[in-house]
Design a protein around this ligand. Structure first.
Ligand code: ZN
Ligand code: ZN
Length: 253
């Protein structure tokens, strides 16, 4: 007697080999390739585009867009289902390399399209093509760095002084701001909170002493400034360490 599919009755020689009693077509319809979460959430800072996954903020730098963050979040929660003789396995996407997965976040439509192609069972003659949508929830919040910036947080003031021509000052300012934004891409707590015009120069309110020192080194190396540093005790941290406000004076000739 010939074996046949218990769902549609197709004979094994025509529609087989049978897998778990089902013909190829019925098996593909019955068994999913993916187990996807119903919803993936991401929190985005409206001011700077940084995004939060889990409890961590990630800076928004070119080439590392929010779509990439969403893909990571999906890959983290998505599972590839594999049926074997011994049972059902749930694999992480990186463990199921032979399964092709495309993840397309649609921010406007608030959904993530996931397409996958692969075999649920090794006896399948054709890889299965499966599409599924995950609901995307995007929430907006101000990130830690932006709240500090908005509050004008600074640990150091870099005073740039000297006999400067009209052209010099914008050039120096651009150089310092581009250094700060490069530093900020590496370390999110590095930023310039404010720039104030002063008689004979500019004051840069800088979030960290380390960044202020890098800025003054640039002025020394590239513009020949002489640099001096002073610190004023302004109180104590909660854990009892002394807190200083550092002022760096960079004098240009
Ligand atoms: Zn069938
Ligand atoms: Zn932000």
């Amino acid at each position: 007697m010939k074996r046949f599919c218990y769902r549609c009755g197709a004979l094994e020689p025509d529609a087989g080999p049978l897998i778990r009693g089902l013909c190829q077509r019925c098996f593909a319809e019955e068994f999913n390739l993916l187990r996807a979460p119903p919803k993936v959430g991401v929190v985005v800072c409206k001011r700077c585009g940084a995004y939060m996954l889990g409890k961590q903020w990630y800076t928004h730098t070119p080439g590392e867009r929010i779509e990439g963050a969403i893909r990571e979040a999906v890959l983290d929660q998505l599972r590839v289902i594999r049926l074997t003789k011994s049972g059902t396995q749930l694999l992480r996407p990186q463990e199921a390399r032979e399964v092709e997965i495309a993840i397309e976040p649609d921010l406007k439509g608030e959904l993530i399209k996931v397409r996958a192609q692969g075999k649920v069972h090794e006896l399948q003659s054709q890889p299965k093509l499966e599409e599924t949508n995950i609901k995307l929830s995007v929430n907006y919040r101000t990130c830690k760095t932006c709240s500090l910036k908005r509050a004008g947080y600074h640990e150091a003031i870099l005073q740039v002084r000297g006999e400067l021509s009209r052209d010099d000052l914008p050039k120096i300012r651009r150089a310092l701001e581009s250094l700060a934004s490069e530093a900020g891409a590496r370390e999110e707590r590095d930023f310039i909170a404010e720039v104030k015009k002063q008689r004979g120069g500019l004051d840069f309110y800088v979030s960290s002493v380390q960044l202020a020192r890098q800025m003054s080194s640039l002025l020394r190396d590239r513009f020949g400034a002489s640099v001096s540093e002073s610190a004023k005790l302004i109180g104590q941290t909660r854990d009892g360490r002394q807190r200083f406000k550092v002022t760096i004076l960079a004098r240009l000739k």
